[in-house]
Design a protein around this ligand. Sequence first.
Ligand code: TXA
Ligand code: MG
Length: 345
Amino acid sequence: MKMAESDQIMQAAKALARGELVAFPTETVYGLGADASSAEAVARIFQAKGRPNDHPVIVHVADADAALCWARNVPEAARALMTAFWPGPLTLILERADWVDPGVSGGQSTIGLRCPSHPVAVELLEDFTRLREGRPAGIAAPSANRFGHVSPTRAEHVKQEFSQLIKQGMLVLDGGDADVGIESTIVDLSRLSSGKSPALLRPGAILPSDIEAVLGMPLAGHDSGAPRVSGALKAHYSPRTPMRLLPAQSLAGQATQWLVSHPQKRLVVVTRDPDTSGLGKLEANGRLISHTMPFGPTEYAKTLYAQLRAVDSLQADQLFWEEVPQTEAWSGVRDRLQRAAAAFE
Ligand code: TXA
Ligand code: MG
């Protein structure tokens, strides 16, 4: 791994200022960035990803002050969350400032704002802010993957997703393996003024209870009136290998049965502990490939997407994945696994 150097980061900032796309690391996943104040630059993101135009994009900012340029009627609760968790893996949905092009919000009256902590993202935002000479600086960036695919947590993953754009000169800043590994927690605060409670739109590394502790009130779950979030589509983040989630105790039995009924085919099994699930004893002439994930939720999240990609590269016929615990600490990982498997239900 080779971290992007300062001159390369400055080049990327200049490319953004010219309206070009740049891929960059954040602590959650890699982003595909564009100047958020330029409707044409933002349109290039949608085109590159193959993402529907009505899906909003997160705007990344250097700090809370910069965030205030992009939003209006910012409630005290939002400021408290910015102070507590920024820079870091939390996105806030707020009312969009009038001057901001609706394209970045997929036409909605809200805006998603996040201040990332990855040192390369921080430097890119600093450089880009300087180039903007006092005008609001924000980098619109969804995850740097084609629509519906697994998010990238390494520069190499981005290169696999966008080889064509890279041939055409798009810069990919390398920041090593993403530290968190799953996308930011999203909290909607855009409807506080109409009496709606803050709502959790996407679980992530910052847990609902951490947020509730700062807000001093409970978070509502996702409801149908809340702003649209593409990560909230049922089938999203999916691998290409057909995937099923199974409880630990039925994994070995189901794997045995599958291998018997598919005599020519290959099965991948991903668990947290192959011994307790009884897989250690299974043998199937190389037709069973098993992988053990880290035991705790933080380490697990860090390797989750790389593992989904690794499974796809095996080109096996079926993937059985052990369910994770029902506890809050696992909520982000559980959400991504359920969506990954939902594509095959
Ligand atoms: O960790 C992350 O959030 C990563 C990194 C790159 O920052 N970004 C990311 O972006 O996950 P993306 O576009 O793949 O997911 C962002 C989610 C989308 O589901 C989008 O719909 C939602 O945030 N979002 C953005 N702006 C919004 C808005 N104004 N209202 C509702 N949802 C919004
Ligand atoms: Mg995404």
